[in-house]
Unconditional design. Structure first.
Length: 416
């Protein structure tokens, strides 16, 4: 299996959808030889900021002399991006070999399952990640949960530290209708004698954290508001929310190491950390930023950070949102930051019609000038033209949109 075949294998598994439960994953990791037990692990759960925090923890541990793996989701271009060792994606050869190994193990497990039950895409990829990280002989891996926690495939790891980035209303169909329900699902990853690292939490979520850490029992580290103020700048990861994520990552690394961090190592890590798809700068004139905020909390964090990044520049938004997202909740905090907006849709995903978004935006912010350009590359070109060389463009609303824009129109057409 080469890397292209590995990607195709994983894409084919998308047809079978998402299925809860850990029985398949336990069988898969048994067939793989329990690779997740060959390294220490840190488990990152939460509504927003998981990938950023996971990458930051990994960078800090690498700077402290540990060979460090990191597994995040989703990706923007290739599944291979999700598996990193010491800040670099695993090689195409190692990725393909890991997926081939997982595919063989999945075939063995599928034979034991009844009806139409079978290993899912996320389970196969997670198994491949564990195998790749074990083969790379990492000392520790920072593992981001996919959805929730209790039934997520990543929960088979014997994590030493658990990180909760925060809790918001998301995936209520699967995780429950209230913050309390969602917190219970996410905090189910805390094992007996685990160590939970989290920011200050709203009362409804805090009560769950207190109950969980008392029942297990487990330790608890709370990162106070303002803890980020004494930390070094993040030149390649702008935004107030990223500084808060760094404070959480520092606490998680300290908890794992059982000691304070070397401040020069923290500065070195902060200077190089870059988070794809979160206020990511892809052009200077005009300033073009990609941010995959696809829920209200992420959109609010984006809106809070845009003024410091964009300054006084005229700002044009390129926005697309999937049809299962809270479009009004995403648009409401972002629209006041914009001077103009271009609504669009990408390919291969279930987007809300661009015209529907434009109409909704008109109801939420009557002063804003909007237009519809359905093809995403053309929409970005139009926004760049509207902004001019001295202006700025923010592309947001969907990680799928960012992925779509990273591919040339020709490459995208050939994959349809």
């Amino acid at each position: 299996m080469n890397s292209s075949q590995a990607e195709s294998y994983l894409l084919d598994l998308e047809l079978f959808g998402m299925r809860f439960g850990l029985d398949r994953m336990r069988k898969l990791t048994t067939a793989l030889g329990m690779p997740q037990r060959r390294f220490a692990s840190i488990h990152v759960v939460g509504t927003n900021g998981k990938s950023s925090t996971a990458r930051m923890v990994a960078a800090l541990l690498t700077r402290h002399g540990l060979r460090t793996g990191c597994y995040t989701s989703p990706h923007l271009y290739s599944f291979q991006e999700r598996i990193e060792v010491d800040g670099e994606a695993v090689s195409e050869e190692d990725f393909a070999a890991a997926v081939a190994r997982a595919a063989h193990a999945a075939a063995l497990v599928d034979r034991t399952l009844s009806g139409d039950d079978r290993i899912t895409q996320f389970e196969a990829l997670t198994g491949a990640a564990f195998h790749a990280l074990a083969r790379a002989r990492v000392d520790v891996a920072v593992i981001e949960a996919g959805l929730g926690g209790r039934h997520d495939a990543t929960t088979v790891i014997p994590s030493k530290v658990q990180v909760l980035t925060g809790v918001g209303l998301e995936h209520t169909r699967w995780l429950g209708p209230t913050l309390r329900h969602i917190a219970e699902e996410k905090l189910a990853v805390v094992p007996s004698h685990g160590r939970l690292v989290a920011p200050e939490l709203p009362d409804e979520v805090e009560s769950v954290a207190v109950a969980v850490t008392r029942e297990r029992p487990a330790g608890r580290v709370t990162v106070s508001h303002g803890a980020e103020k004494g930390l070094p700048p993040l030149p390649h990861a702008p935004g107030t929310f990223q500084r808060r994520n760094l404070a959480l990552a520092v606490a998680a690394a300290e908890t794992f190491l059982d000691r304070g961090l070397d401040q020069e190592a923290v500065r070195s890590a902060a200077a190089t950390i870059a988070i794809p798809g979160r206020l990511e700068q892809v052009s200077e004139r005009p300033l073009v930023l990609y941010d995959g905020a696809h829920n209200p909390a992420a959109a609010q964090a984006l809106a809070e950070s845009l003024p410091e990044v964009v300054g006084q520049r005229l700002l044009v938004g390129v926005v697309a949102i999937l049809d299962d997202k809270d479009a009004a909740g995403i648009l409401r905090p972002v629209l006041p930051c914009l001077n103009r907006a271009v609504f669009t849709s990408g390919s291969g995903a279930r987007y809300l019609p661009a015209a529907t978004l434009a109409s909704l935006a008109g109801q939420l912010d009557r002063r804003l000038e909007t237009e519809v350009v359905r093809e995403s590359h053309a929409a970005l070109a139009r926004a760049r033209s509207l902004a001019g060389e001295d202006g700025a463009v923010i592309v947001t609303g969907s990680l799928h949109l960012l992925s779509d824009l990273r591919r040339t129109p020709e490459a995208r057409a050939s994959s349809l």
